[in-house]
Design a protein around this ligand. Sequence first.
Ligand code: SAM
Ligand code: SF4
Length: 318
Amino acid sequence: MEVGAPRTITYLRVSVTDRCNLRCQYCMPEDQTFFDRSDVLTFEEIRSVATVLVDHGVRKIRLTGGEPLVRRDVHKLVAMLKAIPGEPQVVMTTNGSLLARQAKALKDAGLDRLNLSIDTLRPDRFERISRRPGLPDVLAGVDAARDAGFTGTKINTVVMGGINDDEIPDLLDYAAARDIEQRFIEFMPMASNDHGLAAQRVPLSEIRRRIEAHGPLEPCERGSGPADRFIRKNTGARVGIIAAISLPFCETCNRLRLTAVGTMRSCLFEGGELSVRDLVRSGVGVEQGLVDALEHLRRIKPVVHEGYGYVQMNQVGG
Ligand code: SAM
Ligand code: SF4
């Protein structure tokens, strides 16, 4: 792996748990075993790490997983992170299935925005892709987020050929009707899913062609995010494509990851792992240790990843 220029890290993705109430085929195996609970960072330990990183440039913290909403009282973690001096943005990626019950508590705790993962609007497909029923709960979560006052919500869809790629128009309409930005994601080959699904990867160019079949696109600013963003000329709706394989965004990647068991990672695919759990639990030299870890990890981010992740998405905080 060739190492790139040191990055300025402004974005921390925190996997608050590797557990999930779904078993999406592209994310984890059906018979997944999970981390021992005693190894998982407490809310206070996550706050300790986040406090130092915010003090050293992190401006945005994304709570992800696994499924963040299966972690009990996760809204309390949101409030703890929002109270960190420096006022980071705190956002969340969720499958939405437990959101209807929690949206208001999350909003009250100060959560800034939500990304919802929805691969299909058809209940039978939902069950096939995620190996669990529950699409109505997810759709209720979308409404609950709006009712709780969330704005700037995005929907993320992993596009898989022959599985859900025919739903691109339906998803565009569903999102546009709710003033939500729809984003399509290329399937990424990771440790748990290298059995077959890679063949279903729909590349950036094809995703774009499929969207354009339903109306022309005009490119708009990319920002610091991973998505190629467009405006649909016929509706004015925004749409994004995240193509970590066809068009890696390593050069502008400003993120670090913290896994549920306290491992900091410089890259989703290439690793660069450093466990900070024992450091944080020891309570000794925590700030300097975390600053050293940050300095090391920002210097070993790859020029470009090689396109295969040797860990599972739910463990690394996709
Ligand atoms: N459980 C939450 C959810 O599904 O939104 C958060 C964790 S999940 C790992 C985060 C995101 O990673 C989801 O949008 C999911 O679709 C995406 N994801 C998981 N495995 C993927 C893969 N192999 N390729 C592309 N995206 C993937
Ligand atoms: Fe769970 Fe999200 Fe992985 Fe699906 S993608 S199994 S919802 S963690």
